[in-house]
Design a protein around this ligand. Sequence first.
Ligand SMILES: Cc1cc2nc3c(=O)[nH]c(=O)nc-3n(C[C@H](O)[C@H](O)[C@H](O)COP(=O)(O)OP(=O)(O)OC[C@H]3O[C@@H](n4cnc5c(N)ncnc54)[C@H](O)[C@@H]3O)c2cc1C
Length: 453
Amino acid sequence: MDSNNGEFMLQGYLNYQYTREVGMMEQTEQNQDIVIVGTGAAGLFCALQFPEDRNIWMITKETVEESDSFLAQGGICVLKGMSDYESYFEDTMRAGHYENNTESVELMIKSSPDIIQSLIDYGVEFEMQNGKLQYTREGAHSTSRILYHEDLTGKEISTKLWDRVKERKNITILEHTMLLDLICEDNTCHGVVVKQADGKIAAISANYVLLACGGIGGLFEHSTNFPHLTGDALAIALQHDIRLKDVNYIQIHPTTLYSTKPGRRFLISESVRGEGAKLYNKNMERFVDELLPRDLLTAEIRKQMEKDDSKFVWLSMVDMGEEEIKKRFPNIYKKCVEEGYDPAKECIPVTPAQHYYMGGIWVDIHSKTSMNHLYAIGETSCNGVHGANRLASNSLLESLVFARAAAEQIQEQYTALSSVEGISLEKYKDFDKLEASYKKMVLAEIERMEQHV
Ligand SMILES: Cc1cc2nc3c(=O)[nH]c(=O)nc-3n(C[C@H](O)[C@H](O)[C@H](O)COP(=O)(O)OP(=O)(O)OC[C@H]3O[C@@H](n4cnc5c(N)ncnc54)[C@H](O)[C@@H]3O)c2cc1C
């Protein structure tokens, strides 16, 4: 891993620094201004919004690259001009079954040009032609308003954010470091308890904690998410009576590459359909409007799979032509070929899989949770912007808009906390059991909420 701390640029040196500093925490608690749990787009962008005199630790359960932000293919939405405002707002609301929080939707859409400018300033390269940004379209969008970088938009954004973070001396990233608990007193968050890379348990006190822990795909057998994203923050929130919202709002993506192999499902981005790919049943007949919102399209595909007695339907990109497929979707093309299908010549089998989590830790418009000094951002949080179903390519945007909102409020209201004395770390020793119990807890809560519907 590269260090983000200018003094330690080589892997060995960072590991040394890490062991030395964090290892000390068994006796001596570390005090940070801010701890951010999660190094996806939400966490990285948030860290960059703080001034350089704030001491920030970021922790991630695996490596930095292993976050869903790196996997985003399709792109990121932007308001192209005020003439598109009503339409973008309506598309987001319609996809969300009008259960969206309109204040959040308005803030997200209106902030989008500014957020995109920040990304460009951080070095993110979006597709351009003749000096103009190019836009693609995805399901349930009434026009093309999605910026992209090949079919690797998330990797481009996350890598550039990470590069900028590495330049900041005030930000330290600790990989393979898992959040086990929050340190709470009188409904105020004073820090985190973590399992370090060396397996030791440690307490880190902080004036503010931001949870940017991503989604819950790891709880499902078939998901496009990284398997370590299992909703730990939700379980911890439940334990501390931190408010959750829309816990059972889970998005299934209609088109992932069908495979019998175990592990993460490979997404066939909605922009493939936005650019003209068609769906076929087993008799090679079209059966649905490919640009329906995700939940409705998923339901139609499932119906068709049942009728066909099949585990997949077919998707054809053939009409796009080999050159266009390779240019526009190089990563998808490569993966399909690896799996034995040539999308330039034949249909590929696709099937729905868990993809995104609309629910999460309830937050207000500034991303503040129901606990003082605790914020939640990105997919872990629920500010209601997506309602019951997320519109394609609104997620990266949402993560960044509300990460900035959190940082701004923390800066405005910044108050130091006294650290909590006598934290017993004994109960965290069996962390495998603890992790398993967190998974059970989240699944049980989803089940409970499902039954309430
Ligand atoms: C295949 C795929 C394609 C997608 N395509 C698009 C797209 O085109 N456009 C779009 O807008 N969105 C897309 N999305 C959704 C989008 O990528 C995510 O919603 C968004 O990136 C979430 O960012 P995040 O920072 O909240 O979480 P993530 O990027 O998932 O990061 C979560 C972080 O939390 C850490 N973490 C979790 N639990 C713990 C713990 N207990 N302790 C320590 N660390 C922990 C993880 O290690 C990770 O660093 C896609 C998602 C997938 C899976």
